[in-house]
Design a binder for this molecule. Structure first.
Ligand code: ADP
Ligand code: MG
Length: 706
């Protein structure tokens, strides 16, 4: 059946009985299924439990799917022509059900003798207390009891087009049973090492596939699931950890031996606050990397306001102490500008040259910055992706900081580390979008991670409330009080690209209303939205930063990073339209000063369950990691923190939310195996190596961060 050259699993599905060219094309077009392996790993989406029978008297809900056992008492044709149908009566010892078929009337009538015991399966209709079922599955009880499939029946995904060609769930089940009728155990070789199978009490790959499609009991189903989930995580982790190890071996880095004058001068004389212990710990981790001789690739996670900037700044000072330049990239011009101001202010009087390079810096000013950078006289260059443009040359870039990582593509990051002369610069990626641990083991498994899990002291948690239009007057009053106390306020509107025009209308209406409630000249309002020219945006932002305006009305352009400690109120309009992580980021804009801050989530009265849960979560907690977990649960892993672009592997059976424990085991074991046998040269790992070469994820580009 299978030759040495093509394995059975790689055969096309036309090979299976009952799957001709047209069905095979359809499966490919609709579900991307081409090979037998694809088919085998297109696991059932659920199972119907055929081990349990209901009583007719227990049926209480329209639309419930039930399984009954009883007698078919009558069966007859009713009507004629297009209205012709077959009607049967079915009873158990508690009641009766009417059965109706519109198709295959003749065949059914010939094959369903009355007076016998049947097993009936289908969806119930309830009408005026009468129970009926249309097109139920029906089978003689004697047969149903002996058939192997009479326990957990797999349900497969299907589409309208597939269904029309006989490949609904039932049709697909038939294909699977034809497939299993022709598979021999040797067609599906085992790739997990024997000792692992034994140690973890796993069924073989063949058994697992058989049981996942046709489980004869719940126990086998669970065991098959466990093995396949483990397998899926394990293969991914093998790739990630292998990548990580390669980098450790190959990516030589600059050795920053010294912590010298600049670092110490700053720490002792310029830093106006005590670092939190989390910040100190992270700095130690960074210093260890910088000394190691291996290029640093570190992800720094910390909630909004946890003080990542200062850590980055001090890492750049170490670079400087060792005679190297540093670069810092931010996703927006406003943010770059703000980092520039912060860094310049903090380093003032230290004789360190800090420059800003963004798209709007032009002409001779730009030339001068580029010249100094090339000469090495620019010590720290801060900017947007202008920094990675072709005509920017560093004398010796030793440290690259990337802020708000998820906005940068992998390719852009790669460009950045091409900027240094011989070795790649050390890289510190900062993100304020907390990533749940499971996700992060899967996505960033090849990065080292530092977490700042502590906020600077004396931060008062932001108080959050959910309000509707009904509370508007109360909120306006509250805003006026805050302004009277000298505070500033953000009012944010959603910006969703597809309906940008509508959003702008929302914002403009809101602005008009605010103008009426907060008349000039007593009150000043800034507006910033995506359609404005860059200069105008900057101008408006600047007015707010300098406290020349009281209220900043904006679309989400302020989402990332801006720091106005005097702002104490964040009002989010149409908050039900924001995702959780966005809401959390926005809220992080307030609560940065010494004053009590507030976040008001405005929404309409009618909310979907999911929107309700999002808003309730925001009201309940300020913990970014907890919020990320809820976000992951509500939206699925594909969308958290913009991970879509980052190449999250496509999981077929394992679940990042529910299977964290299995993932952890898989990761541990993968690490142990690669510690012992890095190139999988031992006999017991030959099959595994072959499998990984063929199906592994080694060259996923997200792992190129190394
Ligand atoms: P984020 O992690 O969101 O980038 P920032 O680095 O912008 O946070 O820090 C937020 C604010 O907290 C800044 O004003 C910063 O100066 C201040 N800050 C940072 N670390 C500390 C600390 N250890 N003690 C007091 N304030 C701090
Ligand atoms: Mg920041």
């Amino acid at each position: 059946m299978s030759s040495v050259f093509t394995s059975f699993l790689d055969q096309e599905i036309t090979y299976i009985k009952g799957v001709g060219p047209s069905k095979s094309n359809l499966l490919k077009a609709e579900l991307g299924i081409e090979t037998i392996r694809d088919l085998l790993t297109d696991y059932p989406i659920r199972y119907e439990d055929r081990t349990h029978f209901q009583k007719i008297s227990e049926i209480s809900h329209e639309g419930d799917v039930v399984q009954l056992r009883g007698t078919l008492t009558s069966l007859s044709q009713v009507g004629s022509g297009r209205k012709k149908r077959l009607v049967g009566r079915f009873r158990d010892d508690t009641g009766t059900v009417e059965l109706v078929w519109f198709r295959s009337v003749k065949w059914l009538q010939d094959n369903l003798p009355t007076g016998h015991q049947y097993v009936l399966y289908g969806r119930v209709n309830l009408f005026r207390g009468k129970i009926s079922m249309a097109h139920p599955e029906i089978e003689l009880a004697s047969k149903a009891m002996t058939a192997k499939t009479a326990t957990f029946v797999p349900v497969y995904r299907s589409t309208e087009r597939l269904g029309a060609s006989g490949l609904d769930s039932r049709g697909r089940r038939k294909v699977m049973s034809n497939l299993f009728a022709m598979i021999r155990e040797t067609d599906i070789p085992e790739h997990l090492p024997h000792y692992l199978i034994q140690k973890l009490h796993l069924p073989s790959l063949f058994e697992s596939l058989l049981w996942i499609h046709f489980p004869s009991d719940n126990n086998l189903l669970r065991r098959a699931e466990k093995r396949l989930k483990f397998d899926e995580f394990f293969i991914i982790q093998m790739g990630i950890i292998k990548q990580y190890k390669n980098r450790q071996q190959q990516m030589q880095g600059y050795v920053f031996e010294k912590v010298g004058k600049h670092f110490n001068d700053f720490y002792n004389h310029h830093l106006s606050f005590e670092l939190t212990s989390a910040q100190k710990r992270v700095l130690k981790e960074i210093r260890r990397d910088l000394k190691s001789g291996v290029q640093m690739n570190r992800l720094l996670q910390g909630d909004v306001g946890s003080g990542k900037t200062i850590v980055a700044l001090m890492a750049m000072l170490i670079s400087l102490d060792n005679g190297f330049q540093s670069g810092m990239m931010a996703p927006t011009e406003i943010l770059a500008q703000q980092h520039f101001e912060t860094v310049r202010t903090m380093l003032s009087g230290m004789g360190i040259r800090v420059g800003l390079l963004t798209g709007s810096i032009k002409g001779s000013a730009r030339k001068e910055i580029l010249r100094l950078t090339k000469l090495g006289e620019m010590h720290i260059l801060i900017g947007t992706h202008a920094l990675i443009q072709d005509n920017v040359y560093f004398h010796n870039l030793g440290m690259a900081i990337i802020d708000e990582q998820h906005r940068f593509g992998v390719a852009q990051r790669a460009q950045l580390w091409e900027k240094s002369r011989d070795l790649h610069p050390h890289i510190l990626v900062m993100t304020a979008t907390p990533i749940p641990r499971t996700l992060h083991m899967t996505m960033y498994g090849d990065l080292d991670v530092s977490i700042i899990d502590e906020l600077p002291p004396a931060r008062k948690p932001v108080l959050t409330q959910h309000k509707t239009e009904y509370h508007r007057p109360q909120i306006i009053k509250f805003m006026k009080e805050q302004i009277k106390h000298g505070r500033q306020i953000y009012v944010v509107y959603p910006l969703i690209e597809e309906s940008e025009k509508l959003d702008l209308e929302d914002l403009n209406n809101g602005y008009e209303r605010l103008l009426a409630d907060f008349p000039k000249p007593q009150y000043q309002i800034s507006v910033v939205h995506g359609r404005m020219k860059q200069e105008d945006k900057e101008f408006e932002m600047q007015r707010f930063v300098e406290a020349k305006t009281h209220i900043m009305v904006a679309t989400t352009v302020i989402e990332v990073g801006v720091d106005v400690p005097n702002a104490s109120v964040m009002i989010i309009e149409n908050s039900e339209r924001f995702g959780l992580s966005q809401l959390h980021q926005l809220r992080g804009r307030v609560g940065r000063g010494a004053n009590q801050s507030y976040c008001v989530l405005m929404s309409s009265f009618k909310l979907t369950e999911e929107a309700k849960e999002r808003l309730q979560t925001m009201v309940r907690t300020n913990d970014g990691f907890e919020i990320a977990e809820v976000d992951l649960r509500l939206r699925g892993p594909g969308t958290v923190g913009g991970t879509k672009q980052s190449g999250l592997p496509d999981l077929k059976i394992a679940n990042l939310i529910k299977d964290g424990k299995i993932l952890k085991t898989a990761r541990q074991i993968a690490r142990r195996i690669l510690d012992k046998d890095p190139d999988l040269k031992l006999d017991m790992h030959v099959a595994l190596r072959r499998y990984l070469t063929k199906y592994g994820n080694v060259e996923q580009d997200w792992s190129k961060i190394s």
